[in-house]
Design a protein around this ligand. Structure first.
Ligand SMILES: Nc1ncnc2c1ncn2[C@@H]1O[C@H](COP(=O)(O)OP(=O)(O)OP(=O)(O)O)[C@@H](O)[C@H]1O
Ligand SMILES: [Mg+2]
Length: 394
C-alpha cells in the first residue's frame, strides 16, 4: 500500500457511521497489505523473470552489449539491450574466481527452498557472431588505474579477466555465461556487507535463539557512494522481521553453495520493492526494500569456503545465525532426500555441473552441495535440540 492510500484509509475514520463496515474491511486489507509477505518479492514474480530471461535470445543480431565500468565488479559483465534498446539483463562471463554455473545453481537452490532474494539467473550460450561483438567491445577497453589504494588490485584483476574473456571468446566453440535479470533501484549496503559490520548490526540479535523476536516497525538502511554506480546517498526502509528473514536466508544459501565472497563490502544490496524512489534533500529514499543477494559468482569453487563459519559464527561470533525462516528446515530435508535418492535429477534440476577450473582442478558441484547440506543440517539440528521452536523465524 502506498502512502497516499494509507492517508485515504485514515480519512475514513472521520467518515459518517454507515461507512464503518467498509472501513473495517479496508482496515483488514491495510493490515494484510503490510504483513511481511507484502514486503517481499513473490515466488510468482521471480518465476516470471526467470522465464523471461530464458526466452530472451542473447544471439539476436540487433542486441547491443555495454561493458560495465571499472568499479562495477571485477568480473566481465555486459549490460544487454534488445533491438528496441530495452535493457534486458546482465551477461556475466566466466573468470578465474567467478563460477557462472554456481550463480545459476544458487538461483535454483534458493528457488527450491522458497527463497526469492536471489535474482533470476539462467545459462546462455553465445554463437560466433555474438562472440565477435563482445570481442569488439572488450578490445576497445583496457582497465588501468593510477590509484594506490585497495581498489588497485580490483582493477588489475579486472584487466586479467578482460584478457581471459577475450581468450575464451576467441578459442571456445560455444562460450557460455550466466544471464541475470537487470535489477533497477538497487544499492549496496556496506552496513551489512562485511562480517564486522553485519556482526555489529542490531538485526543480529533477532537471529540468536535466546534473543528477542524481531521488533515491530522498520529499520533504515543507508549508503552513500561516490565510486560505485549508482552514485549518491540512499536510504531504504525494511521491516525488522523482513530484514532478519533476508539475512538468515542469504547466509543459509551462502553456506550451501560455499560462497567465498559475500562480505567484501559491496555484495549485499537493497532493492526497492515496487521500484519506488523518492528524491529528498538527503538523497534517494526507497520506501520499502528487501535485500538482494546479487553476486553469487564465488560459489562452488571447492571445499572450505568459510561461509558455513559465517553461519555458525566461527570467524566472527556475532554473525552466528540460529534462527531460520519457518519451513526452511523441512525444505532442506526434502533437498537432502532428493540428493540421496536421485543424484541425476538433483544435478539436472539444480544445475550442479562437473568441470575443470582454470587451474585444471576438477570441480564437482553436486559433491560440494551434498557435503555443505549435511553440515548445515547437522548445525541446525544441534540448535533445534537445544532451543526448540526458538530457532524458528515466523
Ligand atoms: N543484474 C544486475 N542488475 C543490476 N545491476 C547489476 C547487475 N549485475 C551487476 N550489476 C552491477 O554491477 C556490480 C557488480 O556485479 P557483481 O557483484 O555481480 O560482479 P562481480 O564482478 O562478481 O563483483 P566482485 O567484484 O564483488 O567479485 C553490482 O554491484 C551492480 O552494481
Ligand atoms: Mg560483486
Amino acid at each position: 500500500m502506498h502512502l497516499s492510500d494509507t492517508r485515504k484509509f485514515y480519512g475514513l475514520i472521520t467518515a459518517p457511521w454507515n461507512t464503518v463496515p467498509a472501513a473495517i474491511i479496508l482496515g483488514c486489507l491495510f493490515l494484510s497489505a503490510n504483513a511481511p509477505e507484502s514486503w517481499a518479492r513473490s515466488a510468482g514474480e521471480l518465476d516470471r523473470e526467470i522465464r523471461k530471461a530464458e526466452r530472451f535470445d542473447i544471439n539476436h543480431e540487433g542486441n547491443r552489449f555495454e561493458l560495465l565500468g571499472d568499479f562495477e565488479g571485477t568480473t566481465i559483465i555486459f549490460k544487454v539491450y534488445d533491438p528496441a534498446e530495452i535493457k534486458r539483463g546482465a551477461l556475466k562471463l566466466p573468470s578465474s574466481n567467478s563460477n557462472y554455473r554456481g550463480e545459476i545453481a544458487v538461483q535454483r537452490i534458493a528457488g527450491f527452498l522458497g527463497i526469492t532474494i536471489f535474482p533470476a539467473t539462467v545459462y546462455k550460450s553465445l554463437d560466433k557472431k555474438t562472440a565477435k561483438k563482445l570481442i569488439t567491445v572488450l578490445q576497445a577497453k583496457k582497465f588501468t588505474t593510477s590509484r594506490k589504494d585497495h581498489h588497485r588490485r580490483g582493477i588489475e584483476n579486472k584487466e586479467k579477466n578482460r584478457k581471459e574473456a577475450l581468450r575464451r571468446l576467441h578459442t571456445e566453440a560455444n562460450p557460455g555465461g550466466c544471464f541475470k535479470e537487470w535489477v533497477e533501484n538497487i544499492q549496496f549496503v556496506s552496513a551489512l556487507g562485511t562480517r564486522e559490520n553485519l556482526g555489529g548490526h542490531q538485526v543480529m540479535k533477532y537471529l540468536k535463539a535466546d534473543g528477542p523476536m524481531p521488533a515491530e516497525g522498520a529499520a533504515v538502511l543507508k549508503q552513500c557512494t561516490s565510486l560505485m554506480s549508482e552514485k549518491g546517498c540512499f536510504t531504504g526502509s525494511i521491516e525488522w522481521l523482513r530484514l532478519a528473514r533476508n539475512i538468515s536466508d542469504m547466509m543459509l544459501v551462502d553456506a550451501l553453495s560455499g560462497n567465498r565472497d559475500r562480505f567484501p563490502g559491496g555484495n549485499v544490496h537493497m532493492r526497492s520493492l515496487d521500484g519506488i524512489r523518492k528524491r529528498g534533500p538527503a538523497g534517494i529514499h526507497f520506501p520499502r526494500v528487501e535485500l538482494l543477494a546479487l553476486d553469487n559468482g564465488a560459489t562452488f569453487l571447492g571445499q572450505q569456503s568459510g561461509s558455513l563459519d559465517d553461519l555458525t559464527g566461527r570467524k566472527v561470533a556475532s554473525t552466528r545465525v540460529e534462527r531460520f525462516v519457518k519451513g526452511r528446515y523441512e525444505k532442506l530435508l526434502e533437498l537432502q532426500e532428493l540428493v540421496r535418492t536421485d543424484p541425476a535429477e538433483a544435478r539436472e534440476k539444480l544445475f550442479l555441473r562437473e568441470f575443470r577450473d582454470p587451474a585444471g582442478r576438477r570441480i564437482d558441484m553436486f559433491g560440494q552441495l551434498a557435503g555443505n547440506l549435511a553440515a548445515v543440517l547437522d548445525y541446525m539440528e544441534r540448535n533445534r535440540e537445544k532451543f526448540g521452536s526458538r530457532t524458528i523465524l515466523p
